[in-house]
Structures are given as C-alpha cells and as structure tokens.
Design a protein around this ligand. Structure first.
Ligand code: SF4
Length: 236
C-alpha cells in the first residue's frame, strides 16, 4: 500500500473506537478492509446476502414493483439510485423527500444541491459517486422511517452495497446511520469514528438537510468529508 495510504490509515486508527453501544462487530480494521477491497474485481460481488437479483438493473426493477410495506400506497414512484455503479464512494441517506418522489432520483431538492456542492468540494462529481437511500419510497410528510419499513427495505440496500462494492460508505444523517449499523447511538457519539458495513468502512456525518437547518455544523461535516475523501484516495 502506498505511503500516503498508510499515513492516512495511521491517522484514522486513533478514531477507531467506540464510546456508545454499537455492536462490537462493527469495529473496523480499515487497512484490512481496504486491502481486501482492492483485490476484489468489481464484477464479482463477494457477498450477496439475499436471494435478490445479482444485477442492479434487475434489482431496480424489483424495487419498482415492491409492495412489502405501506409506503407503496403513498409513493409516486420508487427512488433507487443515482451516480455510477463503478463508484468508489457510496452516499446513503434516509429516504426520498417530495422532490425525489416526484423525479425518481435521490437527493435532487435543496439538500441534494448542497450534497452536490459537498461532493465537488471533495474533488469529485455526482457522476463519479453512487447515491441512494435506506428507504426507496417516500414516507408521507417526510416523517422518519418506521422500524418495520427499514426492516423490509434494508435487503435492497444490502444488495446494492454488495453489487457496487464501494471503497467507502458515507452515511448521511442519524436515521441512515442507525439503520445501517442497527444501533440507537446518537450522531454526537458516532461522528468522528469509522464503522463497518459488511466489511466496508462507513463514516457517519450530518444529512445535508440538517446542514441547511444548522449551518454551524458545516465545519464538522467538512472534517468528516475530508476523512471520506482521504480514504477513497488512499486506494487510488
Ligand atoms: S419502502 Fe422499500 S420495502 Fe417499502 S414498499 Fe418501498 S421499496 Fe418496498
């Protein structure tokens, strides 16, 4: 591994600790995760956790017809993903909002525009990353996802992760972090640490919508995004 990558990993190690009751299995060895990921051909998913399509287009079609939870009754359409399946970086948010429900694309409202700026600040473009949500349907009035909705929809996200195999996952907002890591821990206790989702480094940060409501959090968010960027760069 390049010296630059090792330097980044050395810096990261100091943050790999827990102060809240997140499952011990989530503690991550960033170096091992990145090295195993670096050797993994993109077209051969190592883990496919469910009996779901092994091709993203087929998975998207399955999701579009999904009626596993009550959100199918109120959605305009499902919202599967945006960006490229060849991405090294995957952003995972909570659920579609009004604009996303209407357009069928994640993060296209005001929060999405801010996310675009955040991605550019990291030296990338929206077309170079993969963007999705835990839920594929909009909860009415943008209410938080219900646990049973997350449980029903989570296998689709797990399959997306298995098929894309990003180098790093950036979880946007508390609901996404809690759903991915299956924890009740707070954002304040989790920010600054690196976790694991199916062996892939996961870094939590604020949802762009939260940054619009609380501009003072942007500085902390930028610290998180720089860690994400550095991990992505460390594998070339
Ligand atoms: S939210 Fe997920 S599980 Fe519920 S209907 Fe939509 S795609 Fe299916």
């Amino acid at each position: 591994m390049a010296r630059e990558a090792r330097t980044i990993l050395e810096r990261s190690r100091g943050r790999l600790k827990f102060s809240e009751p997140v499952a011990a299995a989530a503690i991550i060895d960033v170096e091992a995760a990145l090295e195993s990921r670096a050797d993994l051909p993109r077209d051969i998913p190592r883990e496919l956790p469910r009996e779901l399509p092994r091709e993203l287009g087929a998975l998207q079609a399955l999701v579009a017809a999904c009626e596993k939870c009550g959100l199918c009754k109120t959605r305009t359409q499902t919202v599967f993903s945006d960006g490229t399946p060849l991405a090294k970086l995957m952003f995972v948010g909570e659920a579609p909002g009004r604009d996303e429900d209407l357009r069928g694309v994640p993060f296209v409202g005001r929060a999405g525009q801010l996310l675009d700026k955040m991605i550019v600040a990291m030296g990338m473009t929206r077309a170079e990353v993969y963007i999705c949500n835990v839920l594929k349907c909009r909860p009415p009035d943008n209410r938080p996802p219900a646990p049973e909705e997350v449980a029903q929809c989570r296998p689709y996200l797990e399959q997306q992760v298995a098929l894309v195999r990003p180098v790093v996952i950036c979880a946007l907002g508390l609901s996404a972090v809690q759903a991915l890591l299956e924890t009740k821990a707070t954002m304040a206790s989790m920010r600054g640490n690196t976790y694991s989702f199916r062996g892939i480094p996961l870094i939590p940060t604020y949802h762009p919508a939260a940054l619009l409501r609380n501009p003072g959090w942007k500085r902390e968010s930028w610290i998180d995004l720089q860690r994400v960027r550095d991990l992505v760069r460390s594998v070339g």
